[in-house]
Design a protein around this ligand. Structure first.
Ligand code: RIB
Ligand code: CA
Length: 313
């Protein structure tokens, strides 16, 4: 079976970095056509820089990185330096990137790639706010039917919010963009906090990253050592939740995850619950299901896969 062609849309962020590394370490299963940066955890200039830092850490400067939207569709940008640090990649001391940004806007790269590749062969993997994806769909409606599917990290239902009482960060930053994507008709696989909060980097798991002994293994251990503070303080978690790597791991071993195909819609009116992913988990409405909303993960299997793959880089 040929590798799945994907575009990673991202706001690195330590967990984005691990997701990108996992994808780049898995060429038999995943062909990364390009990486598109979006403003989110930190401003666009930093997410575009961090994406290149990660490509260089993986030895993959062949992967084009494009800068995308620097703010949400209709709102001021909310960032998360309190979680990811001032640079967005606090923890390891990684060199500034030498590889340049690719010319052109990320949105145009998404559009041109979907038009150039065979319909139904490119999967979009958003790991941050959905601004780039929504902008591409608005600018070029013809590409929507050409998308194989979207596997994204975002949302929360039973786990409730991590940035407000009801909303998860990626969706809350740009709820209008999320609304466009969730109503697009594209097949969605959603990795919400409900599952990502079960993928925790406990100390033995972090020790296994460090024991890889490579620059990649040590950098990942140092990233998660930094990144775990927010969740340990807020939730009393036993380690950093690897939100975004759930997306990449799903592409490689979907059987590690279980969920339910339900209707999920985005709150865009109420300031109180803005950005909430309203999942009709019990089917109490006549709204058509539009997303596989994932709730469970085989965490030991997930970390075994991740550690084995990171050791390949
Ligand atoms: O809420 C978690 C999500 O927000 C992750 O994608 C993390 O990188 C941040 O973007
Ligand atoms: Ca992210």
């Amino acid at each position: 079976m040929p590798p799945r062609k994907i575009i990673i849309d991202t706001d690195p962020g330590q967990d984005d970095a691990v997701a990108i590394l996992l994808a780049l370490a898995s060429p038999d299963e995943i062909e990364v056509l390009g990486i598109t940066a979006v403003a989110g955890n930190v401003p666009l200039e930093l997410t575009a820089k961090n994406a290149r830092i990660v490509c260089e850490l993986a030895g993959r400067t062949d992967v084009p990185v494009y800068a995308g939207c620097d703010r949400p569709l209709n709102r001021a940008l909310i960032t998360a330096e309190h979680v990811h640090g001032k640079t967005g990649l606090d923890g390891p001391d990684l060199p500034d990137p030498q590889m340049p940004l690719s010319d052109g806007h990320a949105v145009d790269f998404i559009i041109e790639t979907l038009r150039a590749e065979e319909p139904g062969t490119v999967t979009l993997c958003p790991l941050g706010p959905l601004t780039n994806i929504a902008t591409a769909f608005r600018k070029a409606p013809d590409i929507v039917d050409r998308v194989q599917g979207i596997v994204l990290m975002g949302g929360a239902y039973f786990e409730v919010g991590n940035i407000t009482p009801t909303a998860e960060f990626n969706i809350h930053v740009d709820p209008e963009a999320a609304d466009i994507v969730f109503k697009s008709g594209v097949q969605l696989v959603v990795m919400p906090l409900d599952v990502t909060h079960k993928a925790l980097v406990t100390k033995p798991r972090n020790d296994a990253f460090r024991a890889i002994g490579s620059n990649v293994g040590i950098a990942v251990a140092e990233m998660t050592d930094f990144f775990e503070r927010f969740d340990k303080e807020k939730y009393g978690s036993t380690g950093a939740p690897l939100h975004d790597p759930c997306v990449t791991a799903y592409l490689i071993r979907p059987e590690l995850f279980t969920g339910r195909f339900v209707n999920v819609e985005i709150e865009i009116q109420s300031e109180l619950t803005l950005g909430m992913t309203v999942a009709d988990w019990w089917g109490v409405t006549d709204r058509s299901p539009n997303a596989l909303f994932v709730g469970e993960v085989d965490a030991d299997g997930f970390f075994a896969l991740l550690t084995e793959r990171l050791a390949r880089l």
